[in-house]
Ligand binder design. Sequence first.
Ligand SMILES: [Fe+2]
Ligand SMILES: [Fe+2]
Length: 150
Amino acid sequence: MAMAMNPRVAGFLMQALSHEMSVVQQYLTQSHLCDLWGMVDHAAYFRRESAEELEHAGQLIRHMLSLGLTPNATQLAPARPGRDLREMLLLDRQLEVDAVRLYDEALRQAQRFRDDASGQLFAALLSDEQGHLNEIDRMLAELESKGKGT
Ligand SMILES: [Fe+2]
Ligand SMILES: [Fe+2]
């Protein structure tokens, strides 16, 4: 028989789904804004990010269904797209920092309650979010160096 779902871990799954759905909206909004501004490459970048976060939401939903949980994201954050590329990336950076923090804590709780399947999912998502954060930092550094005319 499957071990009873720990309510703290279930809470992290719900919080994670809310986060992923929120960043789908965030990145999709930024993608379409960049389109409007004629920034084709950045529109494509944000569209890829949005698709990746949607994939994360899907993985969480699959996992919740396998545990008999109803996907129940309730707290969609409003999009805060920013007024230029630098501001967009700074706002996104904070969301990715929040995601890293969320999955780090979720992973620890899953380990504490010996929920290996949830732990594996949280670990994979944590690693992806760290990748997103690194990519944003790389783009911000590139903007910075262009700004200085180097
Ligand atoms: Fe994500
Ligand atoms: Fe992310």
